[in-house]
Design a protein around this ligand. Structure first.
Ligand code: ARG
Length: 259
């Protein structure tokens, strides 16, 4: 969520006390295209959706969207979210808008940096679009695809009309935790996947959107949910994603209840 994240970001930057460069060092390329600069064509990721508060999400059942816990309010009736689906271009005439009716947020969610950052949203009606399965296994390392309509630069608070996507390598928990510890944040390791490299990352407005990989049969499965990061695409810091394998059963139960 854009507003909330700006706040979280300010807190993190303060916690980092000055040793966090806002720009790339001299001689290194600046972190420009955060989501890697590629625009997704129609039909490539048919299950990704945009949420009106400025987040991403995925259609995981015909009537249920999976997103980040910090994107939504508490569990209960909720008709305030509009979900845009069916087209990577949000202004396209073929994009579908549908309202939410109910939210179920992880009962353990407090803030994004404390883990449990997932929620499901029930829509007012079913959508006839492909759904994205949750990863059936615990493969949490590799190079994964991330996407969203969020900022393409840390310093430019502007959302995109077109879906952007990028491939990001995962980073060992120890390395990611060490970087964030130095910035004053304790990574919840067993609930997080860190990924990204200098110049390639998700950013503000991508939260709730998916991290995906292809399974052996070539089908996309969701392994993560965009959660948080210190700035975007900075050298030495990484995007943090909710680790779906850790919450698979809880999410599946919630999806079943809201279907
Ligand atoms: N929390 C952000 C949002 O609400 C996503 C931040 C992701 N940041 C990153 N460096 N990967 O949109």
């Amino acid at each position: 969520m854009v507003r909330k994240v700006a706040l979280g970001l300010a807190v993190l930057v303060l916690a980092g006390a000055g040793d966090l460069p806002a720009r790339a060092e001299p001689g290194r390329p600046p972190a420009l295209e955060v989501v890697g600069g590629k625009i997704a064509g129609s039909g490539r990721f048919p299950w990704v959706v945009r949420l009106s508060m400025g987040c991403g999400g995925t259609l995981v059942a015909p009537r249920v969207v999976l997103t980040a816990g910090h994107c939504v309010g508490p569990t209960g009736p909720n008709d305030r979210i509009t979900v845009t689906a069916g087209d990577p271009d949000l202004d396209s005439r073929t994009a579908i808008a549908v309202a939410s009716v109910e939210v179920h947020r992880s009962p353990d969610f407090v803030t994004e940096t404390e883990g449990d950052d997932w929620a499901v949203v029930r829509l007012e009606r079913e959508l006839s679009l492909p759904t994205l399965p949750l990863t059936p296994d615990d493969v949490d390392e590799g190079t994964f695809t991330v996407m969203g309509w969020g900022q393409t630069r840390e310093a430019a608070p502007q959302q995109e009309r077109r879906l952007h996507y990028a491939a990001v390598p995962t980073i060992p928990d120890e390395e990611c935790a060490a970087a964030y510890r130095a910035a004053g944040v304790e990574l919840v390791r067993d609930e997080s996947i860190c990924a990204g490299r200098h110049g390639v990352d998700t950013c503000q407005g991508d939260s709730g959107g998916p991290m995906v990989r292809r399974d052996r049969a070539g089908r996309w499965v969701q392994v993560g949910i965009v959660s948080w990061g210190l700035g975007c695409a900075r050298d030495g810091y990484f995007g943090v994603y909710t680790q779906i394998s850790k919450f698979r059963t809880d999410i599946q139960d919630a999806v079943r209840r809201l279907s």
